[in-house]
Design a protein around this ligand. Structure first.
Ligand SMILES: *Cc1c(COP(=O)(O)O)cnc(C)c1O
Length: 374
């Protein structure tokens, strides 16, 4: 049997592996000098003179940021209906309510217009998601937030290396949260980072990250709040330092492979099957297309199985959040967000990772076109 081409695979180089081994041998393996080094390196990478905190996941980071902004029971946070469930779960976990807005069919991103229509007196924050690595049009979203006194917590899980009008995501705005899950554009195995401008957030974030611990005036350890436990290890940070060194190369490889996908598919499938091509600021976390399942008379499960028979692994990112069992149980109706519902029903994620070759893209396109083009 042919090897299955996976939809994603991390690239870890030998230098990074050697650094991980050195940390394991160093006698200090949890949060320490490597975490501090990764935070400095991320701050230098995003630019804009930002504060950076790393933690064990983007999910934890988003929750910490919302909490630091005081989001709690009775509050509403505006979240796109098309994202990973974590974007909404963190809001619920704080006792607040995610208010969903629909996204553009090809951009998969929310717009300031959709957000404006969802603002209520209870709205406390907006959570734009830079879906697949394409920046949300942030200037009007940030202007709207300023006008209404709202916080903006960017779910930038897909967007390390993404630029918006030339500015790196994370270098501006209230706070952006990156994910370093192994499927993301760079990894710390599990991990995430917050980039923010306001130094007043550092204290609540530090306390939330590590047991609420701080030092009193005399330097003795004390506990000031019932904090959580989200600190990253130095072993994980060493992985991240090596990944960050290679990130621009990884993202350039992703862009080259995506250009090849567009060349192969652009004239052969309906335009609305494809994602927006984006610009040079797109970090191409995933390349996801919509499959005309009704026309083909097959289910997505059938489609995924047939691609697999052809040796191609595909993913699904994501079902629409309001359609998930839990969010339906809260009274959400997925039909109110028709673009997210359609994307959620028809999307498949094609293989895309830095170590892929143009020949791999050809293999994927041959299999896809054999299934959809007639
Ligand atoms: C991956 C992801 C997250 C969560 O990231 P973790 O680091 O796994 O917690 C949040 N939002 C989106 C859009 C994601 O894709």
């Amino acid at each position: 049997m042919k090897d299955i081409l996976p939809f994603t695979r991390p690239s870890i180089d030998e230098a990074t592996i050697a650094e991980v081994v050195a940390v394991l041998r160093s006698g200090w393996i949890t949060s320490g000098p490597k975490v501090a080094e990764l935070e400095r390196a991320l701050a230098a990478y995003v630019g804009g003179n930002r504060h950076v905190k790393v933690m064990t996941s983007a999910t934890g980071g988003l929750e910490m940021a919302l909490k630091a902004f005081g989001v709690g029971p009775g509050d509403e946070v505006i979240v796109p209906a098309m994202s990973f469930a974590a974007s909404a779960n963190v809001v619920v976990r704080l006792g607040a309510r995610p208010v969903f807005v629909d996204v553009g069919l090809r951009s998969r991103n929310l717009t300031a217009e959709s957000v404006a229509a969802a603002i209520s007196p209870r709205t406390r924050a907006i959570m734009p998601v830079h879906f697949a690595g394409l920046a949300v049009d942030m200037d009007p979203v940030n202007a709207l937030a300023e006008q209404h006194g709202l916080r903006v917590v960017e779910d930038a899980a897909h967007a390390i290396g993404t630029r918006y009008r030339g500015r790196p995501i994370g270098s501006f705005g209230d706070v952006a949260c990156f994910s370093f899950h192994p499927n993301k554009n760079m990894t710390t195995i599990e991990g995430g980072a917050l980039c923010y401008g306001d130094a007043a957030l550092t204290l609540p974030l530090d306390r939330e990250r590590f047991h609420g611990i701080g030092k009193d005036g005399a330097g003795n350890v004390d506990v000031f709040t019932a904090g959580g436990k989200y600190n990253l290890t130095d072993v994980a940070a060493a992985v991240g330092i090596g990944q960050l060194r290679n990130l621009d190369g990884f993202n350039a490889a992703r862009r080259r492979l995506v250009a090849h996908y567009f060349t192969r598919l652009g004239n052969r499938v309906a335009a609305d099957m494809l994602p927006l091509p984006g610009d040079e600021g797109h970090s191409w976390h995933i390349f996801a297309v919509l499959i005309p399942l009704t026309r083909l008379g097959i289910s997505r499960d059938d489609f995924v199985a047939r691609m697999r028979e052809a040796g191609i692994g595909v993913g699904v990112h994501y079902p629409s959040i309001p359609g998930l069992t839990y969010y339906r149980s809260l009274g959400n109706d997925p039909a109110e967000y028709p673009n997210a519902a359609r994307i959620g029903a028809e999307t498949v994620t094609l293989p895309l990772f830095p170590a892929m070759t143009a020949a791999d893209v050809d293999r994927v396109c041959d299999a896809l076109l054999a299934l959809v083009a007639h």
